[in-house]
Design a binder for this molecule. Structure first.
Ligand code: PEP
Ligand code: MN
Length: 369
C-alpha cells in the first residue's frame, strides 16, 4: 500500500533540516529534566525527548518514573517552548500522554516488533492525528517495520516519522545495535514520502562513535537525528554509556558537515550525469557477464549430471575464493566485498545445478527446487 502522509510543513510542529531531537534517555526527576532542557534551549533542538516508561530488557533495571514525568515534560514545554515527545507502548500510555498534551509520541524498538501492541496503540489513536515516530523493530525485519507504519497510517495518522536505531545481534560488534544501513535505505526507496530520523545513541551504545554515525546518516540523506543527552551522563539511570551533555551535543552539531541532497548548478549536474552514464554502462557489462557465467554454470550442471559428479568440489570452490580475492586485492577492490559477491554467485550456481540434477525426479512430483 502507499502511505498517506501530510507534507512536513503541514505538521503542527516546525521541522527544520536536519531535524534534531534530544533529551535524556529517561526522565529521572523534574530537576534533571529541566536542567537538560535548559542546556538544550540555546541549541537548534526542535523536539525534546525523554522516556517515562522504560522497556528494560531485564527486570530490576530502572523502569521509568511513570505518569508523574509527563508533568515535567509539560514544564519543559511551557518554560522552553520546545515541543516534547514520549515513548508509548500501550493504550494506557497513549491516553496519559494525550491528557498531558504531549506533542509527539514514539514507538520503541521492542514495541514495534509486536503487532498486537502496535495495533493497540493505533486503535487508541484512531481519529487523533498526533505525530508519531516509529522506531525500527529490534530484529532486522523491514516488513515488520513497514507493518507498524502501515498500522498507524490505517488508523488515520498522517504525520509519521521512521526512526532508525539499529538492530540487535547476538555476537559482539563495535555497535550496540548494528546499523544495517541497507534496511532504512530500502524503506526510503519504497516509501520516499516518509521522513527518516537516525538515532545514533542506540546504534552506537557509546559516545565515541556518535559523530561518525550522525555524519553518515546525514550523508545518506536522513532528515534528522535523535541524540540522548543528560546533565551528568555517568550518573544516568539508563543508557549511561551513550548519553552526552548538551555542550557535547553542541560540538557534535557544529562539527556536522551539512550537504545538499541535490544541486541546481547545471555544470555539476551534467558532470554527475556523465559519470552516472558510465556507471550505467559498467553495470550493463556486469549483468551481461553474469548472464554468460550462469549459462556456463548450466552447461557444467548438465555435464556433471551426465557424468554422475557431485555439484560441489570443495577444492574448486576454495580455488575460486583464493584467486578471486587475491585478484581483487591487486585491483584495489575490497577482498571482503569480493568474497561476499562470489559467495552469492556460488549460491546461485549451486541452486541452478541442483535444479538441473533433479529435473527428471521433479517431473510429476510436488518438489520444487
Ligand atoms: C529509547 O529511545 O530510550 C529507547 C528505549 O530506545 P529503543 O526503543 O530504540 O531501544
Ligand atoms: Mn535509551
Amino acid at each position: 500500500m502507499r502511505l498517506t502522509l501530510d507534507p512536513l510543513h503541514q505538521w503542527p510542529i516546525g521541522l527544520g533540516k536536519p531535524f534534531i531531537i534530544a533529551g535524556p534517555c529517561s526522565a529521572e526527576s523534574e530537576d534533571q529534566v529541566m536542567k537538560v532542557a535548559s542546556g538544550l534551549a540555546p541549541l537548534n533542538v526542535q523536539l525534546f525527548r525523554s522516556g517515562i516508561w522504560k522497556p528494560r530488557t531485564r527486570p530490576g533495571a530502572f523502569e521509568g518514573v511513570g505518569e508523574i514525568g509527563l508533568k515535567w515534560m509539560q514544564a519543559v514545554k511551557s518554560t522552553y517552548l520546545i515541543p516534547v515527545t514520549v515513548e508509548v507502548a500501550n493504550a494506557h500510555h497513549v491516553e496519559a500522554c494525550l491528557k498531558h498534551n504531549i506533542d509527539v509520541l514514539w514507538i520503541g524498538a521492542r514495541t514495534a516488533a509486536n503487532p498486537f501492541a502496535v495495533q493497540e496503540i493505533a486503535d487508541a489513536l484512531q481519529g487523533i492525528n498526533i505525530p508519531v515516530m516509529i522506531k525500527n523493530p529490534i530484529n532486522p525485519d523491514l516488513d515488520l517495520w513497514i507493518g507498524a507504519i502501515e498500522r498507524m497510517n490505517n488508523a488515520g495518522l498522517t504525520r509519521l516519522l521512521a526512526v532508525h536505531r539499529g538492530f540487535s545481534a547476538y555476537e559482539n560488534t563495535k555497535y550496540r545495535n548494528k546499523p544495517n544501513w541497507e534496511i532504512p535505505i530500502e524503506l526510503k526507496r519504497r516509501y520516499p514520502e516518509i521522513p527518516m530520523i537516525c538515532d545514533p545513541s542506540h546504534i552506537c551504545g557509546k559516545t565515541t562513535l556518535l559523530q561518525r554515525v550522525s555524519q553518515k546518516a546525514l550523508d545518506l540523506n536522513f532528515d534528522g537525528l535523535m541524540i540522548e543527552t543528560h546533565t551528568d551522563p555517568k550518573q544516568a539511570l539508563s543508557d549511561a554509556q551513550q548519553q552526552i551533555t548538551a555542550e557535547e551535543l553542541g560540538n557534535l552539531l557544529q562539527n556536522l558537515v551539512l550537504r545538499e541532497s541535490t544541486t541546481s548548478n547545471s555544470t555539476i549536474l551534467s558532470s554527475l550525469e556523465e559519470l552516472r552514464n558510465i556507471i550505467d554502462e559498467a553495470d550493463e557489462t556486469l549483468l551481461k557477464l553474469l548472464s554468460r557465467r550462469m549459462d556456463i554454470v548450466e552447461k557444467i550442471g548438465q555435464f556433471k549430471k551426465e557424468n554422475n559428479i557431485t555439484i560441489l568440489q570443495p577444492e574448486r570452490w576454495n580455488e575460486i575464493v583464493v584467486t578471486r580475492t587475491s585478484s581483487a586485492k591487486q585491483k584495489d577492490l575490497s577482498e571482503d566485498l569480493i568474497l561476499k559477491i562470489f559467495q552469492l554467485i556460488h549460491q546461485e550456481s549451486i541452486r541452478k545445478q541442483t535444479h538441473i540434477m533433479n529435473r527428471e525426479k521433479e517431473e510429476g512430483s510436488e518438489i520444487k527446487w
